[in-house]
Ligand binder design. Structure first.
Ligand code: BDR
Ligand code: CA
Length: 322
């Protein structure tokens, strides 16, 4: 079974990724980072989620700021707790002693050649781990991230939130040389929880009802801010290559992160010339690629697959307020 470490900022869709990974894969750790809220809040949320789900997975707290610049968190979308919409149980475990950066390094060393690292928040922890332990990239089976877009952004016209939050960190990760999968907004926006799905969850057990409440809030905010009619489940998409690879198609493509100060800062510049040369004669493709980029998805089938994991989750975990 694939071993996975999720680096996250829960976050409604991060919470979904945690459940989806715990259901299908060997989730060996969770590291937290600032992003959808402060790292204090995202860490508490991660601990509460392990209590709700009744899973025994170590949680390591990580960075509270990007590498270079001050940060503006995503509380507008995810609410003041970072995961508004349902009451989560109080944490039942504490964070581990190691900082997330060291935890990532130690876990990769322990599961050498086996571990898939899934960054689904800003890339700061992972980039620092790579700077601290230059052998890290070589120890990983791969990195599968949610970040970027081949089309329009959500934080700027061209930049997606996780990359835009710390482009310098993302640049380190995208250049690291490990096998890399990137699923961006061009695909994840098509993986949308509907009001019908939410009603179905609200009629279920404690875990299903809790996720129903979370998705209700998230859908409302995405509708108000971005005009979307469904709640986009961005983050669990990063796990799909290891759970249901037939649901998302990836293409081999060079990707670079825009680090300039202008309008396009944080853009994931995807060089699709190698896919289009048949049509665009005289355009030479780049010879080397660093990334598999998600280009299409069976959105409804993937939502159904994620719903199955949530609805089928037993209620062995935490009673509210426990
Ligand atoms: C990403 O930003 C956050 O709001 C989500 O958790 C996801 O990781 C989408 O742009
Ligand atoms: Ca996230």
């Amino acid at each position: 079974m694939t071993k996975v470490l999720i680096d996250c900022d829960p976050g409604h869709d991060d919470a979904t990724a945690i459940l989806y990974a715990a259901h299908h894969l060997d989730l060996v750790g969770i590291t937290t980072v600032y992003g959808n809220q402060s790292v204090e809040k995202t860490t508490r949320n991660a601990l509460s989620l392990t209590a709700l789900l009744g899973i025994d997975v170590p949680v390591a707290r990580g960075c509270e700021q990007p590498l270079l610049r001050p940060f503006r968190h995503g509380g507008d979308v995810h609410g003041k707790t970072g995961i508004d919409g349902a009451e989560l149980p109080a944490p039942r475990q504490d964070v581990v002693d190691s900082h997330a950066v060291d935890f990532i390094i130690e876990t990769a060393r322990r599961y050498r050649d086996e571990l898939v690292l899934c960054p689904i928040g800003p890339f700061t922890n992972v980039a620092l781990a790579m700077r601290k332990e230059p052998r890290l990239a070589g120890w990983l089976r791969g990195i599968s991230c949610m970040g970027g877009t081949t089309q329009v952004g959500n934080t700027t016209p061209v930049a997606e939130f996780n990359i835009w939050s710390d482009p310098e960190a993302a640049d380190i990760v995208f250049r690291c040389g490990a096998p890399l999968w990137m699923v961006g907004l061009n695909v994840t926006r098509q993986v949308g929880i509907t009001t019908h799905d939410i009603e179905r969850l609200e009629a279920g057990g404690l875990v299903a009802r809790t996720y129903g409440g979370l998705f209700g809030f998230f859908r409302q905010r995405l509708s108000e801010i971005h005009g979307l009619s469904t709640a986009s489940l961005h983050d669990p998409c990063a796990l799909v290559p290891f759970i249901a690879p037939e649901l998302i198609t990836y293409a081999n493509c060079p990707v670079e992160i825009e680090l300039g100060d202008g309008l396009t800062r944080g853009m994931t510049v995807c060089d699709f010339r190698n896919l289009t040369t048949a049509k665009l004669e005289n355009i030479r493709a780049r010879a080397t690629t660093n990334c598999q980029v998600a280009i299409s998805v069976d959105g409804r089938a993937l939502v159904d697959h994620i719903m199955e994991a949530i609805v089928g989750w037993g209620d062995a975990g935490g009673a509210i307020g426990a």
